[in-house]
Design a protein around this ligand. Sequence first.
Ligand code: ADP
Ligand code: MG
Length: 351
Amino acid sequence: PRRKEPPRIHRLDESVVNRIAAGEVIQRPVSAVKELVENSIDAHSTSISVVVKDGGLKLIQVSDDGHGIRYEDLPILCERHTTSKLSTFEDLQSIKSMGFRGEALASMTYVGHVTATTITKGQLHGYRVSYRDGVMEHEPKACAAVKGTQIMVENLFYNMIARRKTLQNSADDYSKIVDLLSRFAVHHIHVGFSCRKHGASRADVHTVATSSRLDAIRSVYGVSVARSLIKIENSDNNPSSSVFKMDGFISDSNYVAKKITMVLFINDRLVECTALKRAIEIVYAATLPKASKPFVYISVVLPPEHVDVNVHPTKREVSLLNQEVIIEKIQSVVESKLRNSNEARTFQEQK
Ligand code: ADP
Ligand code: MG
């Protein structure tokens, strides 16, 4: 058979490249909400509220009372790779903010319609401006505004027919968004969160800023969870291993659920860690066979050089240096706390 001529290689149009990249960063409505809420947290907000219409496909609106965005910066706000958080590659080593790549807002403008309203401290009025494909659609318009920033994303994936179809057919993202906000609210207790469907009078997540973790858990996950929790804490300054700190709450034998709820933050980043989840499930099954599906909130602090934050933006699964050692440590803390509380209870019952 006759050999086929090799196809010519050509450079993709920048707009095509940007839209493909955007589709990876913003996979579903909940990914947009996560990016927007993290931006609000990075802006030192104390109150963040989210409104969602049609599972996020029609509208996602995130309003905060953070530091706002300067007028001069509005023209490049939604350009790719523009950020106020990172300058040199070395900064990544010690970065405290959630964002740093300057890709989230840009991505949203390639797959949806983005409008920002913002006001900075000491200004008499704010500005509103809309973006498409990374650029401002018009000069910012002066408008009335309260403190902070509101970002509105409309018609997400309007230009990605297959994505829109799959999302419309799948159960909508609203429950994922509620779950996300619930987790944030349990960790970032100095921020009040709310999340509701557009037009609904009642919020599905509603917390006020507090200094009590237990109060936060109670307002999100309910009284019955909150009254069956045990506090856990552990720190280890052994220089030969690594500095390691963790604290959290785990459910005791009074709590019964069909599946595990694990809220995990590592260095203030919301992550998933299947290995840790399994390890904890094993401890519960061995210690409390009857109530073996726990509620677990754990916050772990590790030296920044042990956590690589520069993985793919959507990668929620984390891989850590010395992961096995860390998991073992957490597992043994959970086990001893659980055993103690169970023994105390059995003792009480025998008296
Ligand atoms: P990144 O968070 O990685 O810097 P983003 O695209 O998410 O990139 O945001 C770009 C920039 O826009 C941020 O660095 C920040 O300066 C500004 N910004 C975005 N959202 C907010 C907000 N809610 N409040 C204040 N500034 C914001
Ligand atoms: Mg960001």
